[in-house]
Each structure stands twice: as C-alpha cells, then as structure tokens.
Design a protein around this ligand. Structure first.
Ligand code: UDP
Ligand code: MG
Length: 329
C-alpha cells in the first residue's frame, strides 16, 4: 500500500476507448483533466482511438500536442471496445489504472472515490450503476436480464449491473495482460482473476452527445462472447436434450409395437410425422449453431493473429513503440 509520502507520487492512468466520438471528445478530455488535477495524483490519460472514421483522431492528437499528459494510441481500423481497453492497459504505466467510457455516461468525478478506495487497499474498485438516466427501456431490461442470466451460467461470481468503468491496481493489470484470449469479456476476466474488490455506486448519465456505438448486432456478439468464454453449459444442452428426446422416442416406440401386435388400429397421417421431423431438425440445427459458436472462437484463437494493430501514436516514448506496436500473443 502506498504510504503518505508515496501517495503523492502515485501515477494514475486513465484509459478511454474512443470510437467516432468527435462530438464529445474535447469535453471528455476537459472534464477528465479537471478531475485528475483535483485528485492530487500524477496522471496520464490514454485515448485509444478504435479506428474512428470522423474527426476524433485529429481532435485527440491536438489535445495531446497541447498537454503531454494526454497520450494517443490509434488503431489501424475498428477492433472493438474490449480490445481498445486492452491496448490502453498494455500502454498504461500507472500504479492504478482507470477505464472510463468517452461519452461521459460514467461521471469522471467518481474516479476520485475510486482512488480513495484504492488507497485504502482495494485492488479492484468497480463502479456499480445504481440507476440509469435516459437509457432506453429495452437496453435497461436486456442488460439487467443478461447480467443475471450470465451469473447463472458461470461459476465465476461476477457482480451485476457493473460495466467496464472501474479502477484496477497495477498487479491486476499485469495479471490481465497474461490473459491471451481474443473474444474477451474484460469485466468477467477481472472477476475471474480475483483480488480484493470494492464498489462505488454511481448514477449512469445520459450520453453527452452522439449515439451509442453498441447497436444490437454488437450487443449480441458481446453477450455471446461473455457466455462462451465463461461457460460450457450451452454445449451440455445438446446432451440433455438428446437424452430427453431418446427417452420419449423409446417410450413411444413401445406403444407403437404394442398397437401393431395387440390391436387393429393403424395410425394415419403424414402431416404429423412431417411436423415432428421438422421440429427435431430445427433443434438439431440450433445445437449445431451453438457448437459452431464455440468452434468459431477456437478458430480465432488458433490463428493467433495480433490482438490489434496500431497505426500511430502521440506522446508515447519511441522505446515503448517498438515492442507494443503490434501486440502479439
Ligand atoms: N467504443 C469503442 N469501439 C467500438 C464501440 C465503442 O472503442 O467498437 C467505445 C465508445 O467510444 C465509448 C465506449 O466504447 O467510449 C462505450 O460505447 P457506447 O457508449 O457507445 O456504448 P453504450 O454506453 O451505449 O453501451
Ligand atoms: Mg455509452
């Protein structure tokens, strides 16, 4: 634990993934600077530009040129939110690392409370959403259901209603860097790592400007990543359903034999047999799809491509660039 003397010298890194955030980035940088100035810690703010196609990159570069505490890591294309966070953690040099969204939905002032908890000795301090403001009922409902469903599916105990807005200690960050998986669900991985954790409650605000960068398609993919990287239960579904169906089919077979031998009734109807056959074909295809989700992810892992490719940086020392330009496994 840092003592009173060391406390002042503690370096805090703030990782901000940004994707097409031209409308908010300047405001976010300003507010982060104000909050971090008030924190009494030394700090660096790492803006990870996840392949934005608008003016985000040039605005971020301007901020960096005006203030060396701001650093920019620009990806060559859009690699995804979770990978942008990972890159920020790779480049972060702080004793404490905070991950925060760029859209000001996570209020920067909460960082001060997180730092306080960290100084008390907690290694993971996550922000817990106590209420949402201006978020669609659909998103609210699906996210509530999802976190609870995920907890039932996995053995890892993950706090519910918690996003990536959190502070982690240097130790946790180093441990996280040892995790090499591709389709990553960072908040789950941090729970999986363990460590002493605490939470601070906050009200999740409305997006400052712009629209969500998580359309339904990305949300579904994210949910599938979370489930497949922490649970085999969907695969077991096939065996359970297979057993159940075999049991009933066998029972029915006995009935059919009995009818044939001891009665005169012959059962008619190709429609009913067609319906039954289509039903089970449907089930088989669903199960194949589930297996496919896992195989696709295994394929991704096996190819072993770099997690991300950086096309340009600002205020990152040349000696660090060489080794981290491409993050290999
Ligand atoms: N983001 C990113 N890459 C993406 C999508 C999003 O870096 O492919 C960033 C985005 O700029 C923001 C954060 O991730 O800082 C969260 O995204 P957003 O606010 O759109 O998600 P929501 O809050 O609607 O779930
Ligand atoms: Mg947001």
């Amino acid at each position: 634990m840092p003592g009173v003397e060391e406390e002042k010298r503690a370096l805090c890194s703030v990782v901000v993934p940004v994707y097409n955030e031209e409308e908010v980035i300047l405001e976010t940088c300003k507010r982060l600077r104000d909050v971090m100035d008030a924190s009494g810690a030394d700090y660096e703010i790492l803006l990870v530009n996840d392949g934005s196609r608008d003016a985000t990159a040039s605005l971020a570069a301007e901020v960096c040129r005006a203030d060396p505490r701001f650093k920019l890591i620009s990806f060559s294309r859009n690699f995804g939110h979770q990978i942008a966070i990972s890159a920020g953690m790779d480049y972060a040099e702080g004793d404490a690392i905070v991950v925060i969204d760029a859209d000001l939905q996570d209020p920067p002032a909460v960082i001060l409370e997180m730092l306080k908890k960290w100084r008390e000795g907690y290694e993971v301090v996550y922000g817990k959403r106590i209420s949402h403001e201006g978020i669609s009922l659909f998103k609210k409902l699906t996210s509530r259901l999802f976190y609870r469903f995920l907890n039932r599916m996995t053995e890892v105990n993950m706090p519910v209603d918690v996003g990536d807005f959190r502070l982690i200690d240097r130790k946790v960050c180093d441990a996280l860097k040892l995790v090499n998986e591709r389709n990553r669900y960072i908040r789950g991985l941090i729970s999986w790592l363990g460590f002493r954790s605490a939470s601070v409650g906050f009200v999740r605000e409305k997006r400052f400007a712009g629209e969500t960068k998580y359309p339904l398609r990305k949300m579904i993919r994210f949910a599938l990543d979370a489930i497949t990287s922490f649970s085999y239960k969907p695969l077991k579904l096939a065996s359970y359903m297979g057993l159940l169906i075999s049991f009933f089919s066998f029972a029915y077979l006995l009935v059919v034999i009995w009818q044939r031998v001891f009665t005169d009734t012959t059962i008619e109807g190709w429609a009913s047999s067609l319906a039954v056959s289509l039903f089970f074909n449907g089930i088989i295809l669903i199960i194949l799809g589930i297996v496919g989700e896992y195989i696709g992810r295994i394929y991704d892992e096996v190819k072993g491509r770099p997690l991300y490719v950086v096309s340009r940086t600002e205020n990152i020392g040349a000696e660090r660039q060489g080794s981290l330009y491409l993050r290999n496994r």
